[in-house]
Design a protein around this ligand. Structure first.
Ligand code: LLP
Length: 402
């Protein structure tokens, strides 16, 4: 990636996110190619980066969408993803969301509890529709990732255990308004080990075979997302081995494979660029204060996540410092005790691997407007979300006193 960060800063000011769409294309093609031996859908996990242009770019490559709110479903439909490639997951869908999903005719609702299945059944009955169902199985596998992004253990809130899933499929079969079409598991995010994924797929495949024995035939096997990316020096899962491992585990099952990558597709396409406001020392602690903050990119504050950081100046001598933002929280940092060169006012700082769970987790805390988002494609830049103004931030509020 060869990006002229200075030119972009002059044109769009700072802070900004820039996404390299050519990188996204390459990531998509690599994974799609790995699954080429079978029917597959790559359903992009919209939560990772839900900018309409990003989703539209993936749609143009043939991606479907994995959504966790009706808002995400509507984003996917808006950019032209066919309803038959859209999945709606999530542990807490509201009645209204279920109703809308049924009316929009998406591929399947991924149900995460027996209670939810009952709601879908009655809402489908009210609407006189048949709901296509997949059930999220929690295989109780430790994915060996950060506990906040581990989802496939019984102690996590996601999905249902195997026995409950089986009962739910039988309920689907016996209902006039439910059609069991798929099965799903997702054990966590930023995964760097293949074994736990294959173990989970194996457990779920056994359930699929048991269901076949009682005449419940499923057409879609959703292996979830979670493929990790390099933030620091991680060793990654090889996409070919990943796909081959899954294909082998599912040998003999006539199912379309669905995979729901988010971070893998967009994470390393994105850089968050901010500029230096001040340097100071408190006692012997050196601080670099930049114009971006935790409200723009919360991963370091929330998960103590590592993002590679570079100051874009010519200084070579480095010393330890904290890189922090202007927000009134001690947790507002991008890096603590990291080696950075001496900086001047307005020097640019690049924070890498920020394309996934960056902008989508941003907030207006401290009445800070959300930053600009820029796409780069074939060397050309374009603004895909303008910077929020003060007026944008207060647009929905009333000055009302009694
Ligand atoms: N499918 C399901 C059911 C998911 O829950 C997730 C992510 C994905 C797919 C996509 O996972 P990915 O391929 O992006 O790893 N905010 C956290 C990550 C939360 C992930 C939530 N679920 C972070 O910044 O690391």
């Amino acid at each position: 990636m060869n990006i002229d960060y200075k030119k972009l800063a002059q044109k769009y000011q700072t802070p900004y996110y820039v996404y390299d769409f050519d990188h996204i294309t390459n990531q998509y093609n690599e994974l799609k190619e790995a699954f080429k031996a079978r029917k597959s859908i790559l359903a992009y996990a919209v939560k990772a980066n839900s900018n309409l242009s990003v989703i539209k770019h993936l749609a143009s490559l043939g991606a479907g969408a994995d959504c966790v709110s009706i808002g995400e479903v509507k984003r996917a439909l808006k950019v032209g993803i066919t309803p038959y490639k859209i999945i709606f997951s999530g542990v807490g869908k509201t009645d209204d969301e279920i109703r809308q999903a049924l009316e929009l005719g998406i591929l399947m609702i991924n149900v995460e509890s027996a209670a939810e299945l009952n709601r879908v059944d009655s809402i489908a009955q009210e609407l006189d529709k048949v709901a296509r169902i997949s059930i999220r199985v929690n295989p109780n596998i430790d994915p060996k990732t950060h506990p906040y992004i581990s989802t496939g253990l019984h102690e996590n809130k996601f999905g249902v255990d195997i026995d409950t899933a089986k009962r739910m499929y039988i309920q689907c079969k016996n209902s006039n308004h439910l059609e069991p079409v798929g099965i799903h598991c997702h054990i966590g995010s930023q995964l760097t080990q293949l074994e736990p994924i294959l173990e989970a797929v194996e457990i779920v495949a056994t359930l699929v075979k048991n269901l076949q024995a009682i005449k419940i035939e499923l057409s879609f096997f959703d292996v979830g997302g979670g493929l990790g990316i390099v933030y620091d020096n991680e060793t990654l899962i090889d996409t070919k081995e990943y796909a081959q491992g899954i294909l082998k585990t599912l040998f003999g099952l006539d199912v379309t494979i669905i995979c729901e990558p988010g971070r893998f597709l967009v994470g390393n396409s994105g850089v968050f660029v901010t500029k230096v406001l001040y340097e100071k020392t408190n006692g012997n602690k050196r601080f670099i204060i930049v114009d971006g903050a935790m409200n723009d990119l919360i991963r370091p504050s929330l998960y103590n996540a590592y993002h590679k950081i570079e100051v874009l100046n010519d200084e070579t001598e480095k010393s330890l410092c904290h890189l922090v933002g202007p927000v009134c929280e001690s947790g507002d940092f991008f890096g603590k005790n990291i080696e950075l060169p001496l900086t001047q006012h307005n020097d640019l700082v690049a924070i890498y691997s920020a394309g996934a769970y960056g902008f989508t987790m941003a907030s207006n805390y401290n009445t800070r407007g959300k930053v600009a988002e820029i796409a780069l494609e074939g060397g050309e830049d374009r603004l895909i979300r303008r910077r929020e103004s003060f007026e944008d931030i207060i647009a929905l509020e009333e000055e009302f006193i009694k």
